[in-house]
Design a protein around this ligand. Structure first.
Ligand code: BEZ
Length: 252
């Protein structure tokens, strides 16, 4: 059976068997159920970030409502009281000023429960010399991890890998990165990509290889030279008709 036929068939089966199908939280993913065992949440860049309600260390959160007009970083951790995660959550807390500057809210996830999270936060604060200042989802039943495909069974059946999702104010997925459990994420890189995403969203420029904040940017191909003359008063250099460099537009 072809993939699209199997998906259609599964959707029809789900509709027949779930009386309140329209309210079922995972209805968009049901067609991707394989052999009634495994939900393949296929999230791609540009997709709507699936919404969810979850218990967190700061109360119950409706993800989209909680994001409001902000950008969001949703990132998963293999487990509480693990060394690499402890350092990551410490840095994420210390970077609050950087996230605030960019209008970004941070939301962590681990598959342990709320009491465990609360005890662990005490350890993070003490050992990393900070105060955790964002919610951590207690995803004990793996609902959010499954929705976002954060469990990769061939790496580890029980815990999440280190996934990072950046979501825009339009609730679309803008970035996905997956790290193995044994490698701590680079939060400077996450901020760097957010800067690039925001430059594209607000200033119609892209960022070239190894770009860092303050360096020249690339005018996106959809902008004509006439528009570029208006949009980029600092001017631009046309290296090739398709490669036009301009000073970073949001700096004085
Ligand atoms: C951790 O700290 O989360 C971790 C470290 C090594 C392997 C797996 C997880």
């Amino acid at each position: 059976m072809l993939e699209h036929q199997r998906v259609d068939k599964n959707e029809n089966i789900a509709k027949r068997n779930i009386s309140n199908f329209e309210e079922f939280p995972f209805r968009h993913y049901l067609p991707f159920i394989h052999k009634n065992k495994h939900i393949m949440a296929s999230i791609r860049l540009g997709d709507n970030a699936p919404n969810f309600t979850a218990q967190t260390t700061e109360g119950s959160i409706d993800f989209h409502e909680w994001l409001g007009d902000s950008w969001g970083v949703l990132f998963s951790h293999p487990a509480d009281y693990t060394p690499v995660c402890t350092t990551e959550l410490g840095i994420a807390a210390k970077y609050k000023g950087e996230f605030d500057k960019r209008n970004v809210k941070v939301l962590a996830l681990s598959v342990d429960g709320l009491e465990s999270h609360k005890g662990w936060i005490g350890d993070i604060n003490e050992t990393q010399k900070t105060t955790v200042n964002f919610p951590i989802i207690a995803d004990e039943n793996r609902e959010v991890s499954t929705l976002y495909d954060m469990i990769h069974p061939n790496a580890d059946n029980n815990s999440t890998v280190r996934s990072v999702f950046v979501v825009g104010p339009d609730k679309k997925v803008k970035l996905m990165i997956t790290y193995p459990a044994s490698t701590g994420r680079n939060f400077d890189e996450i901020l760097r990509v957010i800067d690039s995403l925001q430059l594209t969203a607000y200033h119609k420029v892209a960022t070239p290889v190894n770009w860092k904040n303050g360096e020249d940017c690339v005018i996106v191909p959809a902008v004509t030279n006439e528009e570029a003359d208006e949009l980029f008063p600092k001017g631009y250099k046309e290296v090739r008709p398709y490669l036009r460099m301009t000073p970073q537009p949001n700096l004085n």
